[in-house]
Write a protein that binds this ligand. Structure first.
Ligand code: AMP
Length: 313
């Protein structure tokens, strides 16, 4: 049995812990999360444990990435079971997570934080050009909030490597640009999306869904796979480029084939993997990120937004 992780609650505790690692010449990998941990988060932690002397996980529901009307208050907060999950998964292995950073909002936002952008004061970070489209279209303050909190976390933890999931494809592009442009001394690693057996991408927001809706939601990824197979077939037949509209309309008709689902496709796009510009044609070798956001009905009213994507090569 390896030791349980140390729980660190303040920036200064993390800095003291980190200084000791530096003095010992030990490497640190970092997995930022908002908690409600699932196997997708654990896959990032496993990669960090394998590649670094120490792993830090942060659990912080970041207010600045939520608009006033979004689900900040309802977002699942399950600290005790998150800690149990980490111990159950990793205590019996050769290395456990070394430290878990669980800051209060006031620790991360010393000038305070108002969800209404027009009333905010203090320092924020924007990554222009890759934050406005796709998720940014539906959630205009989202990536400013993400880039701001990740800047703060990287500034405090100063990891050799930080781990993100492909599930949030646009977030990965935003973070890579953030690290490049702000000269942050960290490697960014992106790992594949972990899925339920039926293909549904694991997400903390799946906790909002009934079993029946979860089953139905598996069609989101099945549709993306359908589009991928159309693309791959075209490429294997020698196409030098494939019209995005062919791939996207195939996916949409797959979604429409189930008239009972009541899903609303908010967007479905083929984007350049690095610039996230809309692609009219997909060129093999350059490829595309095909991404979607789908609103699915919640039992008892309301809806949950699920996102997913597939990479065409
Ligand atoms: P979150 O707690 O949702 O902010 O996610 C924390 C990290 O876990 C982010 O880098 C996500 O992209 C990643 N992540 C979330 N879901 C998955 C998944 N199903 N597979 C792999 N990584 C994931």
């Amino acid at each position: 049995m390896t030791a349980s992780p140390q729980i660190l609650r303040t920036v200064s505790q993390v800095r003291q812990w980190r200084l000791q690692r530096l003095l010992n010449r030990e490497t640190v990998g970092f997995v930022p999360t908002m908690g409600a941990l699932h196997a997708g988060h654990c896959s990032l932690i496993s990669a960090s444990l394998a590649e670094n002397d120490h792993t830090v996980v942060s659990i912080f529901v970041n207010p600045s990435q939520f608009a006033p009307h979004e689900d900040l208050d309802a977002y699942p907060r399950t600290l005790e079971s998150d800690l149990d999950k980490i111990n159950t998964n990793f205590q019996a292995t050769s290395k456990n997570v070394s430290a878990i950073f669980v800051p209060k909002v006031s620790e991360m936002y010393p000038s305070g934080i108002n969800l209404d952008v027009s009333k905010q004061k203090g320092a924020f970070v924007s990554v222009l050009g890759v934050s406005e489209q796709l998720e940014g279209g539906a959630r205009p303050q989202f990536f400013r909030g993400v880039a701001t909190v990740v800047s703060k976390l990287l500034n405090v933890v100063t990891p050799e490597t930080v781990y993100f999931g492909q599930k949030d494809a646009q977030q990965c592009v935003v973070i890579k640009n953030l690290v490049k442009d702000m000269l942050i001394n960290t490697n960014v690693k992106v790992l594949p999306t972990l899925r339920e057996q039926n293909g549904l991408a694991m997400s903390s927001r799946n906790a909002y869904l009934s079993t029946e809706v979860k089953d139905k939601s598996s069609m989101i990824f099945k549709g993306l796979e359908h589009g991928e197979s159309i693309y791959n077939k075209s490429v294997s037949e020698g196409s030098k480029e494939v019209k995005s509209s062919v791939v996207l309309s195939d996916i949409l008709s797959f979604y429409k084939s189930d008239s009972t689902s009541n899903f609303i496709v908010e967007y479905l796009n083929a984007s350049h993997p690095e610039t996230l510009e809309d692609l009219e044609t997909i060129v093999p070798g350059v490829g595309a990120i095909v991404s979607t956001a789908v609103r699915v009905p919640r039992e008892g009213g309301g809806e949950t937004r699920l996102i997913d994507n597939i990479i065409l090569k």
